[in-house]
Design a protein around this ligand. Structure first.
Ligand code: FUL
Length: 455
């Protein structure tokens, strides 16, 4: 890789880069709430009601893999405290349920399927626990020890994960109104995760590798910087700050946009007709992945332990749409003109993220001009910075040469980062120009694409 520019700002770890490249992760919320038809449990739910009769973890993973998801985050323990594997530290788990005669281990079943299909696996382990009697300010040390013991139990068991590897731990920040204000020993928890699972991503309210994007609609901010100042985070962080990140941030942090395929995080039969359509999912893809983020989409199994038909249909439609739109870059055969300080202009259309071009700015602007063999019709732009050099672009625009030989602006954008998508009214042209109007130093542009989305 030819390069002249020096890294700028915080850079992603290998695991962060891999997640950005993977783009799509799935969440699975499943537990007593599924059987009580509710979103939040009190911790007093009867474990005997947990009895999925047709649960098939292999089927979950197969469907998710076939529809483009690269990672699955299983809610191993939600706020009700019920644990989906037979933990040695509590009886409030699958052990107390009739499922598989109390001998079941859902984390194990999902791990085996993830290993078979090579799906990355993460675990959600809720810090707030409404069931545990230790969840009390007077028993803080004991509670923290309990949480830590379960973390260790999961992360050190080689039967859990994709071939023993867990790639994300999700520490939700929610706590019920009346709940005890127990302080969490985050430092010890984070150290333990790193000790046991190396570069495992951590989602939390603190300055870790992944932050919440500030809403549950799958909507990242514009601009979006994948960096933050850790002292601006914590449970009281401004939602706006989470949504946009910080151009002067010192920590590389991925804004993870989470949203459910259905209105609720858990399955509710009366929401069967409210499943997001492939088109709605594609809109969310644009507002998350297409803004330089990642999308964590929740697909909640029903009481039987299966994905509802409508959900699978929608996921398949979404996968097809992705292929239809992004399967073919209309700039593939274009000639690229660009003054560079390193790399060739052609590197941005070679469909290889590992080759990039460092354009030379003239009067503060760097341009890429594309000439296609035939006029092309397009309405979607994709731009990618090589994020391994740091995130720099602040403003860019797209224009085409009209029949009078004048450049006409089509669209403008702010940050780029790993991937930025813009959609606009369809244009037909043969000469197209992408301008980097403002940037924090010379950027490394890895890929540029034009696509057509059917109306
Ligand atoms: C929230 C939780 O309270 C919801 O139940 C859900 O798990 C969501 C992903 O995070 O904070």
């Amino acid at each position: 890789m030819m390069t002249k520019i020096k890294p700028h700002g915080p850079l992603p770890s290998q695991a962060q880069l891999a997640y950005l490249e993977d783009e799509l992760a799935a969440f699975i919320h499943f537990g007593p709430n599924t059987f009580y038809d509710q979103e939040w449990g009190s911790g007093q739910e009867d474990p005997k009601r947990f009895n999925p009769t047709k649960l098939d973890a292999r089927e979950w993973v197969r469907v998710l893999k076939e529809t483009g998801f690269k990672k699955l985050i299983l809610v191993v323990k939600h706020h009700d405290g019920f644990v989906l594997y037979p933990s040695a530290y509590t009886d409030y788990s699958v052990k107390a349920s009739p499922w598989r005669d109390g001998k079941g281990d859902l984390l194990l079943e999902v791990s085996q399927a993830a290993t078979e299909f090579d799906m990355d696996l993460g675990v959600y382990l809720s810090p707030w626990d409404a069931h545990s009697p230790l969840y009390h300010v007077d028993r803080e040390a004991e509670y923290n020890g309990y949480y830590l013991a379960q973390l260790k139990e999961i992360l050190s068991n080689s039967a859990y994960g994709n071939a023993g590897k867990l790639t994300e731990v999700w520490m939700d920040g929610a706590r019920g109104e009346g709940a005890q204000k127990v302080n969490y020993e985050f430092v010890t928890w984070f150290e333990t995760i790193r000790d046991l699972q190396g570069d495992c991503l951590i989602f939390s309210t603190e300055g870790t590798s992944i932050r919440w994007i500030g809403n549950e609609r799958g909507y990242a901010g514009d601009p979006l910087w994948q960096k933050v100042k850790p002292d601006q985070l914590g449970t009281e962080a401004e939602l706006d700050y989470l949504q946009h990140g910080d151009p002067s941030g010192t920590l590389f942090s991925i804004g993870e946009a989470d949203v459910s395929l259905r209105p609720g995080w858990f399955y509710h039969p009366d929401q069967d007709n409210k499943v997001k359509t492939p088109k709605e999912l594609m809109d969310i893809y644009f507002t998350s992945v297409g803004k330089n983020g990642v999308l964590l989409l929740n697909v909640p199994p029903n009481k039987a332990g299966r994905f509802a038909e409508a959900d699978v249909k929608s996921l398949r439609g979404f996968a097809q749409l992705q292929q239809q739109i992004f399967g073919h870059n209309l700039l593939k055969h274009a000639a690229v003109t660009c003054k560079t300080i390193a790399g060739k202009g052609a590197a941005v259309v070679d469909n290889n993220y590992d080759t990039s071009c460092e354009p030379k700015a003239i009067q503060g602007k760097a341009t890429f001009i594309f000439t296609t063999p035939q006029p092309i019709s397009f309405n979607v732009l994709s731009v990618q910075e090589d994020i391994r050099k740091g995130q720099r672009v602040e403003k860019f625009s797209l224009s085409y040469l009209d029949v009078q030989g004048k450049w006409q602006k089509i669209a403008t954008g702010t940050t780029v980062g790993h991937k930025r998508l813009l959609s606009f009214s369809e244009v037909k042209a043969k000469k197209i120009k992408l301008t980097i109007d403002e940037s924090r130093g010379i950027p490394a542009i890895a890929e540029i694409g034009l696509y057509r989305q059917s109306p």
